[in-house]
Each structure stands twice: as structure tokens, then as C-alpha cells.
Design a protein around this ligand. Structure first.
Ligand code: PGA
Length: 253
């Protein structure tokens, strides 16, 4: 049976009260595959969101973390702080963090290792810009991100990372990669991981597509063999839409 993860990335949206009412709404849908669904929320919502989702099977997580366990890093949140709340997932290296907040492959690498050590599943984002895609450099670019992001990671930890292929030109633009373009890159990523580690490990990995996924295009994307789910921004803000995407995945199991 194919494995899926349908993860909503709320970015900087919703108050805690809105997050809790979303949780009530999605819980009421009694999703058949609730454990395949996750909501990645702003830090301030996590504690209440976790409580609101408790018992539903639906997972939750953060969108960023610092790699040091504590220290003089004003404004940052550490892995032990997330652990205390009981998050399941944490996004690492989203293109918005790489572009606006100075995230580098070096910090991504440190964050992946810190999260894995704490048993929190990282969702690592990789993907190329429009400029790189137009120059047909997407494979070289994404391979170099993967090599740097997984530097010195032992093979036993590799499949603990979820990878999300998110072409920057498709994020928040309404411009989705075609199912074939998305599949091509997700298969390529699996191949790179196979080459770096082993095909067995690569086959165990969850590789998601992200970039304007919505109920109307989800089934086509999710039916591709190397696409194990989605990292969904805009369409994850409504419980109806996230549930419809989860249903599309469930129907393909
Ligand atoms: P989008 O965002 O679905 O709004 O394109 C996806 C993401 O940035 O993770």
C-alpha cells in the first residue's frame, strides 16, 4: 500500500482561536486516514492546537526551529521547546526561510540532525527558482541541495526525513507543476537519495510535492508513483479543502 502524508503549511496565518476552530472542523470530518494528515502551524498556536487535535489521529508540527538546544538566540525556538509540546513534524528549509531569513544548507543540515535526535520528523523542502528551471538546471540545483542538506547523516537516519519538492515558481502563484513535472523531480530526488545511500532507503522515503496543490489537482499529482503526498499552503487554510485532499490520497491507497 502506498504511504501518504498530507501536510498543511499555514505559514503566518490564523490566530490561536482560529486554529482551534479549524481543528474542531477537521476532526468532525472523521477522516479515514487521519494519521496521514498534519497541520504545520505558527509557534504560538502549537500548544492549543495539539490539545484540540488530541485523540483525532491528526498530527501537528512547527514550520521552523533553531538547531541549538538553548542559548542567546533572541526570538528563536529550540527543539526541546517543540518536544515539550509534543509536535510530530517540523518544516526545515522552506524556500521562504531560505529567501527571507537567511536559511542555508548548513543550517538546514544542523536542524535536520537536531530534530531527528529528538524523534521529531523533519519535512525538508528543496526546489528550484523559475530562473534555474528556465535554464534547465533544476536537477543539478536540487541534487546540490540534497547533498549539502544530508551531509554526514548516517544511513539509519535518512528515511526519518520527509522531503518536499517545492518548485519556487509554483508556490503561492496558482501555477502548479504538471503531474509529470512533479513526478519527474520526485523520482529524480528518490534516485539521488538512492545514489547517496541505497535504493532500499530511498524507497522507504516519503517524498511530497508542494506548490499550489488544491482539491482540483490533488488526485492527479498524488496518483504519480513517486509522489507520497503534498505540502499544501493556501489550500490548507480551509478544513474542507485540506480534508478533500486527504480524501483524494485515501482513495489512492
Ligand atoms: P502553496 O504553498 O500551496 O500556497 O503554493 C506551498 C508551500 O509553500 O508549502
Amino acid at each position: 500500500m502506498k504511504k501518504f502524508l498530507i501536510a498543511g503549511n499555514w505559514k503566518m496565518h490564523k490566530t490561536t482561536a482560529e486554529a482551534v476552530s479549524f481543528a474542531e472542523e477537521i476532526k468532525a470530518k472523521n477522516l479515514e486516514n487521519a494519521e496521514d494528515v498534519a497541520v504545520l502551524a505558527p509557534f504560538t498556536q502549537l500548544s492549543e492546537l495539539g490539545k484540540a487535535l488530541a485523540g483525532s489521529g491528526i498530527k501537528f508540527g512547527a514550520q521552523n526551529v533553531h538547531f541549538e538546544p538553548s542559548g542567546a538566540f533572541t526570538g528563536e525556538i529550540s527543539v526541546p521547546m517543540l518536544e515539550e509540546i509534543g509536535v510530530d513534524y517540523c518544516i526545515v528549509g522552506h524556500s521562504e526561510r531560505r529567501e527571507y531569513f537567511g536559511e542555508t544548507d548548513k543550517t538546514v543540515n544542523l536542524k535536520l540532525k537536531a530534530l531527528i535526535a529528538a524523534g521529531i520528523t523533519p519535512i525538508l523542502c528543496v526546489g528550484e527558482s523559475l530562473e534555474v528551471r528556465e535554464a534547465q538546471g533544476e536537477q543539478t540545483f536540487v541534487a546540490s541541495q540534497l547533498i549539502a542538506d544530508f551531509e554526514a547523516m548516517p544511513i539509519s537516519d535518512v528515511a526519518k526525513v520527509v522531503i518536499a519538492y517545492e518548485p519556487i515558481w509554483a508556490i503561492g502563484t496558482g501555477k502548479t507543476a504538471t503531474p509529470d513535472q512533479a513526478e519527474e523531480m520526485c523520482a529524480f530526488i528518490r534516485g539521488v537519495m538512492g545514489g547517496m545511500y541505497s535504493n532500499e532507503v530511498a524507497d522507504q522515503m516519503l517524498i511530497l510535492y508542494g506548490g499550489s496543490m488544491k482539491p482540483s489537482n490533488a488526485a492527479d499529482l498524488l496518483s504519480k508513483p513517486d509522489i507520497n503526498g503534498g505540502l499544501i499552503g493556501g489550500a490548507s487554510l480551509k478544513a474542507d479543502d485540506l480534508a478533500a485532499i486527504a480524501d483524494a490520497a485515501n482513495a489512492l491507497k
